[in-house]
Write a protein that binds this ligand. Structure first.
Ligand code: F0G
Length: 467
């Protein structure tokens, strides 16, 4: 019996498959798959705080710089010599007084996990290390994904850096921030601009991968989620293995939140942490499927007996009304999240919550995050916007230990940032057309000035309160 295998998440099916099989879903019942391990055979340290210090690659090897593979003892689906890395996971857990004050949490108890520091600028590199290594293990020559931009940037970077595979990416035409598109193009990925949005691109890439035998690296791939689990390991490490009360993260395709749930439950089930943090998943109000299904339709994991009809009828309603996801937080502009069921499980197990933040709330939160010298893209700021809403609603106590995840770097989408800081309210409304953003209360406006020494000195003196 192998130390790792794949298993269907549907308890009524629970079919198991070899770790080397490439299966985007359970061939028996069509549900998602998990990666499972024989924990008795895993070589883990006695103390949780020694996790991550073990299983490092030999000094100088590429894994020595991987913040994913130094937790390889917890991810034994791939043999050490098959691990692929681009140096991902060197991220930071930052104290953030301005964002803490904005969210209403005691400053000493509020942290931002800054995943924008990954080589391709987003948290996706963690998961891609897992999926790409699995793809290489199975001998894949072409890997594909649909993306709102960060998954594709990450895949393109792994393909170019490793030289192991060709990358093909599916983007909803016009639905990607330029920073991300520039990465895919620059790294040489074959880039298809599909006329449609992310949900359309996701449907097409699944058909193409099934039909053409391409390796799919979207987060339906359970090995992606294994890599993404390491974000939680590094958060715990950053807190000296003190378990936070809350983890708050943005929700798009729901891979990240599902991976966090799996990571935390496994650590808890195997006695490596004493309690479970509560998970808060924040949708953009312009892409609210998960929040609506949970909060309005009462959808829940229910021991795996999920009300499939409720999901189908919600999607049918979207189709009838021609309703598409529409948010400035383009990374999470997704109305048919592929990991919905796994995330329901994560919410139930962690006693979690799901909520929505408007684009206005997201951009205002983003401006406060930046006051601590941390830049993120709009989708990432949904975490801090969500934390603030949960404090206001009395769900998060101001003394709680709260970690908000900043998923992507500010330079992914500079347009959104510059528009917020530069425009007056009328311009802002037209710039952000239809996103419901009408104020830039926390803007740091640039100051136009003539090319004249006198005018420039005057402007500086005026700004610093001198005559
Ligand atoms: N934040 C950023 C910056 C993202 O790029 C994404 C997802 C999310 C949050 C949401 O994470 O999907 O795991 O719930 N971006 C995907 C992409 C969809 O294609 O890059 P999720």
């Amino acid at each position: 019996m192998s130390i790792a295998w794949q298993r269907c998440i549907n308890p009524a099916c629970a079919s198991e498959f070899d770790v080397l099989q490439v299966l985007p879903k359970c061939p028996q019942c069509g549900n998602l798959l998990d990666v499972e391990y024989d924990w008795n055979r895993m070589r883990l340290p006695d103390r949780a705080d020694h996790l991550g210090r073990t299983d490092a690659w030999p000094a100088g090897g590429p894994g020595a710089v991987s913040g994913v593979w130094r937790f390889g003892a917890l991810l034994p689906f791939v043999p050490a010599e098959k691990r692929v890395t681009i140096g991902e996971g060197h991220t930071q857990l930052r104290i953030s007084p301005a964002a803490a004050g904005y969210a209403g949490v005691k400053s000493a108890n509020f942290r931002l996990q800054y995943e924008g520091l990954n080589p391709s600028g987003s948290f996706k590199d963690n998961g891609m290390a897992g999926a790409f290594s699995h793809a290489a293990m199975t001998g894949a020559r072409i890997a594909a994904c649909a993306s709102t931009g960060n998954t594709s940037a990450s895949l393109a970077a792994f393909a170019a850096a490793s030289g192991l595979m060709r990358a093909i990416i599916f983007i909803g035409d016009g639905k990607i921030a330029y920073g991300k598109l520039s990465q895919a193009l620059d790294y040489g990925a074959f880039t298809l601009l599909v006329r449609g949005d992310f949900d359309d691109a996701m449907a097409r890439v699944q058909e193409v991968c099934a039909g053409e035998g391409l390796y799919l690296v979207n987060s339906v791939n359970p090995f992606r989620l294994e890599g993404q689990k390491t974000i939680m390991y590094r958060v715990l490490e950053g807190l000296d293995w003190r378990v936070p009360d809350w983890i708050v993260c943005p929700g798009g395709n729901l891979g990240n939140s599902s991976a966090f749930g799996k990571a935390l439950c496994e650590l808890h089930d195997h006695g490596l942490i004493a309690k479970l943090p509560r998970l808060a998943v924040v949708n953009s109000a312009g892409a609210p499927t998960f929040s609506r299904l949970v909060n309005r339709h009462g959808l829940c994991w229910n021991g795996g007996r999920i009300d499939d009809d409720a999901i189908a009828s919600y999607y049918a309603g979207l189709d009838d009304r021609g309703e598409k996801a529409h948010t400035l937080a383009s990374a999470i502009e997704i109305n048919r999240p592929v990991n919905l069921k796994k995330c329901l499980r994560a919410i139930e197990r962690t006693n979690g919550v799901v909520l929505e933040a408007t684009d206005q709330e997201i951009l205002d939160a983003k401006a406060w995050i930046a006051r601590d010298g941390l830049g993120c893209e709009p989708a990432s700021a949904a975490s801090v916007a969500g934390a603030k809403l949960l404090v206001e609603r009395g769900v998060i106590d101001k003394d709680s230990l709260v970690v908000a995840i900043l998923t992507g770097h500010q330079l992914k989408d500079p347009h959104a940032t510059v528009a917020y800081h530069s425009h007056d309210e009328r311009e802002l409304c037209s710039e952000y057309g239809g996103f419901g953003v009408s104020s830039a209360r926390y803007a740091n406006r640039p100051f136009p000035v003539a090319n004249s020494l006198g005018d420039i000195v005057d402007a500086i003196r005026k700004a610093s309160g001198q005559k």
